[in-house]
Design a protein around this ligand. Structure first.
Ligand code: HEC
Length: 148
């Protein structure tokens, strides 16, 4: 009688332990696909360049600061012509511009002190993060614009 009781408790313990493990593995396989995509950019070298040189103004999620620093989400400068985007990064930007319906009239400092690789990396990161899905920027493309 006593042994039966112990065996019963052991069985209950084993069953609940198995159940717990099953739940964990189910949670792992159900990870959303979008998390994989952002994980790819999470390890991209451009993320570090962004954190050091762009994040303070354009924010970690690229949303900018209303009335001060424009967003980098689905803007024509970010996802459009690469030469123009490289030029903005190298030489900075000033004067009145309208970004996604909001007017900005501020100053972005030049970033020509960054290497061609750093600029290629950060612009690839920006063009593929924050919901953007544009092509990558190559080191040679930055070189060409810098030497123009
Ligand atoms: C000191 C703040 C500051 C920093 C640092 C900065 N920006 Fe900007 N950026 C601005 C401002 C302000 C503008 C708008 C300038 C204007 O009003 O003409 C701008 C405009 C832009 C634009 C064009 C408009 C848009 O929103 O699409 C892009 C692209 C851009 N920045 C990318 C970058 C990248 C990439 C970096 C890092 C390498 C960076 N910026 C660093 C302040 C900054």
């Amino acid at each position: 009688m006593k042994i039966n009781g112990i065996l019963f408790l052991l069985l209950v313990f084993l069953l609940s332990a198995c159940g717990g493990r099953k739940q964990n593995s189910q949670q792992q396989t159900q990870a959303p696909v979008s998390a994989e995509k952002s994980a790819e950019m999470a390890n991209h070298p451009g993320k570090k360049v962004y954190a050091s040189f762009c994040l303070a103004c354009h924010m970690a999620d690229g949303s900018g600061v209303p009335g001060m620093h424009p967003p980098l989400i689905q803007t024509e400068w970010v996802t459009g012509d690469k030469e123009r985007l490289i030029n903005i990064t190298l030489k900075g930007m000033s004067g009145k511009i309208e970004v996604n319906g909001e007017t900005y009239n501020s100053i972005m400092p030049p970033h020509s002190h960054l290497s061609d690789k750093q600029i290629a990396d950060v612009l690839t990161y920006v063009r593929k993060s924050f919901g953007n899905n544009a092509s990558e920027v190559m080191i040679e493309e930055v070189q060409k614009v810098r030497n123009k």
